[in-house]
Design a protein around this ligand. Structure first.
Ligand SMILES: [Zn+2]
Ligand SMILES: [Zn+2]
Length: 334
């Protein structure tokens, strides 16, 4: 069974207050056909609390039957090599093409990079808009979750510049969050697609310079419970492989073999060949002002994982290197 992280009013909720299951995926990069819907196909599920923190809460369908889907334990072993102390080279391997079942839940969130378009913007702007939104719509349509939420990423080049309504009219099977919010069962979601400018990148959809991106983050309402962005906040599940490491792995390995490991000024860890890709402005807004219960993102394929800082739970569910959806039980207040 997959690990389910409990968030929200866990300590203070009573037996009668509902629990909402959130399933998070990101960075599927056109391998969405390898994601299969959970059984049963009904979206009418409810979460039955387990008394112990050791045992996950149970999912029951409308007939009261146990609807929890047994999942392949191989997902557990698909963790990125970095977390297991492997070298950075293990992070650049190609994703496997075997299937991955998306767990059942009330809400399914995709935090961007559904597409794999690589043009750099400007006159090379990709024009697959109709085609890609149709693919997205068919994808979300296959899943039984009551609410499906999509926020774009930097590979959604053809969505950059399109109005929210233009996308939403076509994406009828999901809620498209574009600097906008959505409320479900009293939980306030807010989504924004931006990632900070990096000189070396092969996809420049929704990439903004420092000043512009900071103003977008300032627009996020303080009462947001679940924030969905494509970019991680700086220093949190954001260690990406450096361009030099990717292109010249042997040289980089040799270089690091002769140089002593240095601790990073930002995170205190030693991570040769990798650097922080997250957004410093986003970090500031999230940790100091917004303080959401849950912050969902992707973008950095090497850092699929869940972590907690200052009482906020952060989830990077990038699927490209680690086929591991992240699952949360959100406890509503009593
Ligand atoms: Zn660091
Ligand atoms: Zn990305």
């Amino acid at each position: 069974m997959e690990h389910v992280t409990r968030v929200g009013h866990v300590e203070t909720s009573t037996a009668s207050s509902p629990v909402i299951r959130i399933v998070h995926i990101s960075d599927t990069h056109l391998s969405h056909n390898s994601l299969t819907p959970p059984r049963p196909l009904s979206g009418n599920i409810s979460i039955q609390r387990s008394d112990s923190t050791e045992t996950p809460n149970n999912v029951v369908d409308e007939s009261g039957k146990d609807a929890f889907t047994k999942r392949s334990t191989s997902l557990e072993s698909r963790e990125d090599g970095f977390h297991k102390g492997g070298t950075f080279l293990s992070s650049v391997r190609k994703p496997r093409i075997n299937n991955c079942e998306i767990p059942c839940g009330n809400v399914l969130v995709h935090s961007g990079d559904f597409d794999w378009s690589k043009q750099s913007g400007g006159f090379l702007r990709s024009d697959n808009f109709e085609e890609i939104v149709q693919l997205m719509n068919d994808f979300f349509d296959r899943f039984p979750h009551k609410v499906k939420i999509f926020v774009a990423g930097n590979h959604e080049i053809s969505l950059d510049g399109k109005k929210l309504l233009t996308v939403q009219e076509r994406l009828t099977s999901a809620v498209y969050l574009y600097n906008s919010s959505f409320t479900y069962e009293g939980i306030n979601f807010y989504g924004a697609p931006y990632t900070p400018f990096r000189f070396i990148t092969n996809a420049r959809g929704f990439i903004r310079t420092s000043g512009k991106i900071a103003s977008h983050w300032r627009d996020i309402p303080s009462k947001t419970d679940i924030l969905v962005t494509h970019s991680p906040p700086y220093g949190i599940l954001d260690l990406g492989t450096k361009w030099t490491t990717r292109k010249l792995p042997r040289l980089t390995n040799a270089w690091h073999a002769v140089l002593p490991d240095r601790e990073c000024d930002i995170c205190g860890a030693s991570h040769p060949g990798r650097d922080h890709w997250g957004c410093p402005h986003l970090r500031e807004e999230v940790l100091i002002r917004i303080k959401p219960t849950l912050h969902l993102f992707g973008h950095v394929h090497e850092c699929n994982g869940v972590t907690t800082r200052k009482g906020i739970t952060f989830s990077n569910a990038a699927y490209a290197n680690a086929k591991r959806p992240r699952v949360f039980d959100y406890y509503l207040p009593s």
